[in-house]
Design a protein. Structure first.
Ligand code: FES
Length: 146
């Protein structure tokens, strides 16, 4: 950990409020890639934030960190660009679906929960969503650093 690359600068554009000293990975589409979400110190309890270029959502509640797809389960609109992602308000403007903080549909045509992905925290506090690893919606990653 700790080395930097061009990808860091690209990734910074993917994360609102990004911390500056993070090891970064790709900023590509929702391709099953790992998504660097920045340092856990910038993801306090209560966070629910979209990472648009990767079509994922990072969240943290009292139990820990969790990651979800930002693709609406109705017809796959990316809610980071076609809707909104904020605490208490995951909304798809395509046809009006809404989801709660854990991705459960609460309104609109969507009937399925958002897909959850595994989240890890490195020894230096870097949070990564692993889109290749689907997990139960109740899964949380406890934070032991920062
Ligand atoms: S794609 Fe989201 S409500 Fe239809």
């Amino acid at each position: 950990m700790g080395h930097t690359s061009r990808r860091e600068f690209v990734k910074i554009m993917c994360i609102s409020g990004a911390a500056s000293s993070m090891a970064m990975t790709g900023c590509m589409g929702n391709s099953g890639a790992d998504v660097n979400c920045g340092n856990v110190s910038a993801i306090p309890v209560g966070t629910l934030r979209g990472i648009g270029s990767d079509s994922v959502i990072i969240g943290r509640d009292s139990a820990g960190l969790y990651g979800m797809s930002a693709l609406c389960t109705h017809a796959q609109c990316d809610m980071t660009s076609q809707g909104s992602v904020a605490p208490g308000n995951i909304y798809c403007q395509c046809h009006g679906s809404s989801f709660d903080n854990n991705g459960n549909p609460t309104a609109g045509p969507a009937r399925s929960q958002l897909q959850h992905y595994a989240v890890t925290v490195s020894t230096t506090g870097v949070v990564t969503i692993h889109q290749s690893q689907q997990v139960d919606a109740a899964a949380r990653t406890t934070v032991t650093v920062a």
